[in-house]
Design a binder for this molecule. Structure first.
Ligand SMILES: [Zn+2]
Length: 181
């Protein structure tokens, strides 16, 4: 899909314009940062309850500006890339293992969600560090964030207003989910 390629390209260009030159950007099922590949994936499929908790954290921890969820999520992933060096390889791998363990526990027994809540998740050291990086960036470089917001809004408007594109996106998502199942 050309529109997605254009969007990804513009996000990479925004990173390069802000001296973040070692990270690539691609569409994914969910937002994520893949430290082994240095790739940020962005999602065009939102999960309302996750978004709400996520935004609440930003404002609780001092975010002074109003920013769209997409931009917040994207900056969070940039925050992972920028704070990666605060952790040793072993520490980071331990954190990934803990997340995987929590994910499995919840899958096996949904009641485990009480232990591994979103609040727990956002206080994991690497998630916390990524959020604090993003909050500081928003507060200190709001002009740059506004430039990013403009890219995001223009592209999301184009994508979501085109029924063919939306249908193609969900077809792509279904296919990926089928492959995973
Ligand atoms: Zn994260």
């Amino acid at each position: 899909m050309d529109v997605i390629e254009t969007f990804s390209y513009q996000l990479v260009k925004w990173l390069i314009d802000n001296d973040i030159t070692n990270v690539d950007v691609d569409l994914g099922i969910d937002f994520g940062y893949y430290n082994d590949k240095h790739v940020i994936e962005y999602s065009l499929f939102t999960q309302d309850h996750v978004d709400e908790e996520f935004a609440r954290f930003f404002y609780e921890y001092g975010c002074e500006k109003t920013v769209s969820i997409f931009t917040m999520s994207f900056l969070h992933e940039v925050g992972h890339a920028m704070t990666l060096s605060s952790f040793t390889k072993e520490e980071y791998e331990d954190l990934m293992d803990t997340l995987e363990m929590a994910h499995k526990a919840v899958k096996l027994n949904p009641k485990e969600r009480e232990h591994f809540s979103l609040d727990w998740y956002w206080h994991m050291p690497h998630e916390f560090a990524a959020n604090i990086w993003a909050i500081n960036f928003i507060n200190n470089h709001f002009d740059k964030v506004c430039a990013l917001e403009k890219i995001v809004k223009t592209n999301l408007d184009t994508i979501y207003s085109d029924n063919d594109i939306v249908a193609a996106l969900y077809q792509w998502l279904d296919q990926l989910n089928e492959e995973e199942a």
